[in-house]
Design a protein around this ligand. Sequence first.
Ligand SMILES: [Zn+2]
Length: 297
Amino acid sequence: MEGIASSSPIIDAHVHIFPPDVAARRDHYRERDRWFGMLHAAPDATVIQAAELLTAMDDAGVDGAVACGWPWGDHGLCRDHNDALAEAARIGGGRIAWLATVVPGSPEAAREAERAFGLGAAGVGELNADAQGFDLRDAAAFASLAEACRAFDRPVLLHASEPLGHADPGKGASTPDRIAALLAAEPDLRFVLAHWGGGLPFYELMPEIAALTRNVVYDTAASTYLYRPAVFRSVLDLVGPQRVLWASDHPVLTMRRFWRRTRPAANLRSDEIAPVLGGNAARVYRFEPPTREGAER
Ligand SMILES: [Zn+2]
């Protein structure tokens, strides 16, 4: 066993959970939201709630999870989901942190983010330009939300996608060039880029891109669906041990299976294990879940 201090938590930095009403009335929400309908068209599409997340965490041996809601296109749906996530965190007893969803560019976005921070949100996200109908290159639309996040020192988790490779319904066009435009407009905002930033880390070999990403960290959500396991080693060698957050995208990919497929395949060095598997998420989201004694790292 590659031991790390038992005080060092294992955190899944990107999962999705839903309010009871969405789980109970999926057809209704499929009608109401285009993106939700598209990605939950199959009758067996998984929609889980807080209790199922806690079970998945127990199965995987994960101490804490950062729960996202859904990138609804409607402010009211975001608000309801944010309230449900605050309740999920209460049910989680310190094991669930949560991110608020808002619609960037909507007049309510900044105020809703502030309300959510007041309820305990660890940040904002996972925002999705394609799902929510905003343009990552439109800095003005993002400005008031960015200001709210900076004021509370909270990060924004953005969905990111590769401009090439296999297509899937949820991929969208949040590509590194568009994300770089937003990073240039908001250099002091902390960003978490999902799914390895759509490949942005590889462009950090360019000095001007490295300069843009000083407040950026990457999560590994859905990694096994997108890349060979060598992506862990490659990106860590490019960006260092402090800027990668282990994350599954559960339930899209099952947490326990993702853990088994990425650990030890990630081939982490001893100094990378604690930060990548939880320490970085704890720092970025200011989240300290209770750790279990003697857990296998
Ligand atoms: Zn995503």
